[in-house]
Design a protein around this ligand. Structure first.
Ligand code: CA
Length: 226
């Protein structure tokens, strides 16, 4: 189930969006301020963000810019009618699409579907089980096994595994992993990644010094090979 983050300060609209999108089988987290949006996105990265441009604390455009500092998550903007300049600023800041208020729920859902398709969000349900020749990861139960024996992963290790599994086979930059797992401001702490990947390989790989699943691309980032 793709996870959507909704940033909308009007309680009635926030509730309506939440109910309608959940009814269409999206996992929804809804917040009312830009600050909460940035915190939530960092601690639990969504697959798509819907952001109202008129927020009480930050400008919606600042929220977009904040997200774009570390994330390529698709962003759909909700904007008031007659605010052409605002839409342009939002798109310049990195928004992917916009919907003008008032909008029909079907239109918004169609745009959500299209944005997720374009972003090629892997259908990695939170209940997914990832199996390799060496180990099995049950993401829902947070259970890892290797050769039939249970392996304990720390919460940070799970978070790192999940961040990488969201992009199977693709290169994920160290900065992106650091921001997703440790939060904005940690993009340069590459030593964290060296330490944590060494631990993960020791726990899960058959040959930790010659990893087949948790791959480092020197100077570029990391890749998960199923
Ligand atoms: Ca508003």
């Amino acid at each position: 189930m793709p996870r959507l983050l909704i940033v909308e300060d009007e309680p009635a609209l926030r509730r309506a969006l939440t109910i309608n999108l959940k009814a269409r089988h999206y996992e929804v987290e809804a917040v009312g301020t830009g600050g909460a949006a940035l915190r939530t996105a960092a601690s639990s990265p969504p697959d798509l963000v819907i952001v109202d441009l008129g927020l009480p604390d930050l400008d919606g455009v600042d929220v977009i810019a904040g997200l774009r500092g570390w994330s390529r998550v698709p962003i759909i903007v909700l904007s008031a009618r007659d605010s052409q300049a605002q839409k342009v600023r939002a798109l310049d800041a990195g928004a992917d699409d916009y919907v003008t208020k008032p909008f029909g729920m079907d239109e918004l859902v169609a745009r959500v579907r299209a944005a997720l398709r374009r972003a090629d969000v892997p259908d990695l349900a939170s209940g997914a089980v990832v199996m390799t020749a060496a180990f099995t990861l049950d993401l829902a139960a947070k259970r890892a096994t290797r050769d039939g024996a249970e392996v304990r992963l720390t919460p940070t290790e799970w978070h790192l595994v999940e961040a990488l599994l969201r992009h199977p086979g693709t290169l994920v930059s160290g900065a992106q992993l650091l921001a997703e797992v440790w939060g904005p401001g940690y993009e340069k702490e590459t030593n964290y990644l060296r330490v944590y990947f060494a631990q993960l390989r020791r726990k899960l790989e058959d040959e930790p010094s010659n990893p087949r699943h948790f791959i480092t691309e020197p100077g570029l980032g990391y890749r998960f090979e199923p």
